[in-house]
Design a protein around this ligand. Structure first.
Ligand code: F6R
Length: 594
């Protein structure tokens, strides 16, 4: 959701910023731009399209300080004019977030004679800086942020300041230092190759960076001191390592993601902490929340959890939860699930739950994210940095973390079982990756007008996730359904151009799902099956276009194994159709705006 970066005190700012924007591109890729400060002049290049469009333009740029931006459009379509940075003679600004009162500010500034050159909300920031600048940069910045409503991470260049200013309010921003230079970026992987020490800005912080010196203040101008710490080794990305895309690389990292998540749960003493809290608070319900794939993993975790704990357990999408009167209260364990830990709806849902008295657990892959600062306890997912916009390994890591969380709440023997299941799932995931080649299945998908996914029990949330994955990377329409629901309306859409993929890993439900497939085939629809070993209903042999088999994994880890053929199917279909699976159109990985 837009990536921003800044540097000061470096030899060639443009080259460094360009490299950083490549690392941040997963956050948005419809336009990009860079401003550098060259002998007191701000020079800006920006273009519609991906970061690589900037390459020929940055070659000739000099300067020791600069700012950069890669955009995911919210206000104003992708275009050269709407690309950031937005500049005046004296200032240049990059912004991640949404300025909610921009229309009012724009009206006010225009009435005072300010000219606007874009349709963005962000441009008001540069016009406000001009308005408030009377020779004192700090004063101009503080007066400007006081006027802004919404969410913003900003990096600012001023022609009269040999560095940059960084501002954080409800959108992520990290600063780094080292070797006589200073840096800022939306996330840590973009900084990991540049500096050794980093500090995560908290909401309401302004950083002034000049050479290797950074000073901090709050929005009232009061000095703040921040502690820098080394960049954790886990955030370093190692490139594609010979894989053609991050999506397939990250699917191959699923076994390690599950294994490392299990190890982290133990190392961090999550079991003891959860058991202690459960005893003290006596939870009467568990509410899980997330968006997209994280919601799907949360929903998958509810299956079995209610039987295990004997209290209501439900999952909700965070965007819905945050805006209604919730029943979360002191007896509620609220579990926020988020790969990035920055998804605006999930962070706000966690804040709302906490405000109403719930105990908040954050299940996240990013230990320094906004969600962790809201949570009472952090349950780590150790999937490693996930670069592909489509979440894969983080989903499986979340399933493992949630299984252990419920195991820990269920008592010693349940925890032991969850541990055994999670450890056993590592090899099963590896086998599913190597066995499920899915070329025939991808061909069947690629030639379909619409692909439905069906399942029962825990296979239903897996069907939802398989459908989401295919839609986002291949752009083929479709939906995930509980297998029993298709005949209550959607069967009307089935014809020879549609494909239905049935997920069958629950032996006791296999014949039920098989009859749903029969009903589809009888109406001219085409079908394929993903099943667990020993679950394939004999009646479907010869009736469907493909079978993909995964190891039989019982219990709460089952979705982590069953999802793998569906992730591979989405990946191969996208590649077959010539799509870029790592950067699907219109999407961004970290959704930090509403
Ligand atoms: C789908 C996908 C998204 C995210 C969603 C939540 O592949 O990646 O649906 O799952 O935007 O993101 P996080 O988990 O970062 O909160």
């Amino acid at each position: 959701m837009c990536g921003i970066i800044a540097c000061a005190g470096v030899k060639c700012a443009a080259k460094l910023l360009y490299g950083g924007l490549e690392d941040l591109e997963y956050r948005g890729y419809d336009s990009a731009g860079i401003s550098v400060l060259d002998k007191g002049n701000i020079v800006t290049v920006k273009r519609k399209g991906r970061v690589c469009e900037l390459k020929p333009l940055v070659q000739k740029l000099c300067g020791s300080a600069g700012i950069g931006h890669t955009r995911w459009a919210t206000h104003g379509k992708p275009s050269d004019a709407n690309a950031h940075p937005h500049s005046s003679d004296r200032f240049s600004v990059v912004h991640n977030g949404i300025i909610e009162n921009y229309a009012q500010l724009k009206g006010e500034l225009a009435a005072e004679g300010a000219a606007f050159f874009s349709a963005t909300d962000s441009e008001v920031v540069v016009r406000l800086l001009e308005k408030y600048y009377r020779g004192d940069l700090k004063e101009a910045v503080l007066c400007t942020v006081e006027r802004l409503k919404g969410a913003f991470a900003l990096c600012i260049l001023c022609s009269e300041y040999e560095g940059f200013v960084a501002v954080r309010y409800r959108n992520p921003l990290i600063v780094g230092e080292g070797g006589g230079a200073s840096y800022a970026a939306s996330d840590m992987p973009a900084l990991s190759g540049l500096c050794k020490n980093v500090a995560v800005l908290q909401d309401g912080t302004v950083a002034f960076a000049k050479g290797g010196e950074i000073s901090f203040c709050d929005f009232k101008g009061r000095p703040l001191s921040l502690t820098f710490a080394p960049v954790p080794a886990s955030v370093r990305t190692r490139g594609l390592c010979g894989f053609p895309h991050y999506m397939i690389k990250e699917i191959n990292e699923i076994p390690a993601a599950v294994k490392n998540t299990v190890a982290a749960f133990e190392e961090q003493g999550c079991r003891q902490a959860l058991a202690r809290t459960a005893k003290r608070r006596g939870f009467s319900q568990v509410v899980l929340c997330g968006c997209g794939t994280a919601y799907n993993s949360a929903l998958a975790a509810t299956y079995g959890a209610e039987e295990l704990l004997g209290i209501p357990v439900r999952a909700e999408t965070a965007g819905e939860f945050r805006y209604r009167q919730t029943s979360a209260g002191a007896g509620t364990l609220f579990v926020a699930v988020s790969q990035s830990g920055e998804t605006a709806d999930t962070v706000e849902a966690a804040r709302a739950a906490k405000k109403s008295g719930a105990y908040v657990a954050a299940v996240t892959n990013v230990p320094y994210s906004a969600l962790t600062s809201v949570a009472d306890i952090v349950i780590p997912v150790r999937a490693g940095t996930e670069v592909c916009v489509a979440a894969t390994k983080s989903y499986c890591g979340q399933i493992a973390a949630l299984a252990l969380l419920f195991g820990a709440l269920g008592g010693a023997s349940q925890y032991k079982k969850a541990m055994r299941d999670a450890c056993g799932a590592v090899a099963m995931c590896a086998k599913a990756i190597s066995d499920c080649l899915s070329e025939d299945a991808a061909r069947a998908c690629a030639s379909s007008s619409c692909v439905y996914f069906i399942g029962r029990g825990t296979d239903y949330p897996v069907a939802l996730e398989g459908s989401l994955k295919l839609r986002e990377v291949s752009y083929i329409p479709g939906e995930g359904y509980p297998a029993g629901e298709l005949k209550h309306g959607t069967l009307a859409l089935i014809d020879g151009s549609t494909l239905t993929v049935a997920v069958i890993t629950q032996r006791e439900l296999s014949e039920k799902v098989a009859s749903a497939v029969e009903q589809i085939c009888s109406r001219g629809g085409r079908a394929g099956v993903v099943c667990a070993e020993g679950c394939a209903p004999a009646s479907l042999k010869g009736r469907v276009e493909f079978f993909m088999e995964v190891p039989a994994c019982r219990g709460m880890l089952s979705p982590a194994v069953a999802v793998i053929p569906l992730q591979l199917l989405a990946y191969r279909t996208a590649v077959m159709l010539g799509r870029d699976p790592d950067k699907p159109r219109n999407l961004a990985k970290s959704v930090t705006v509403e």
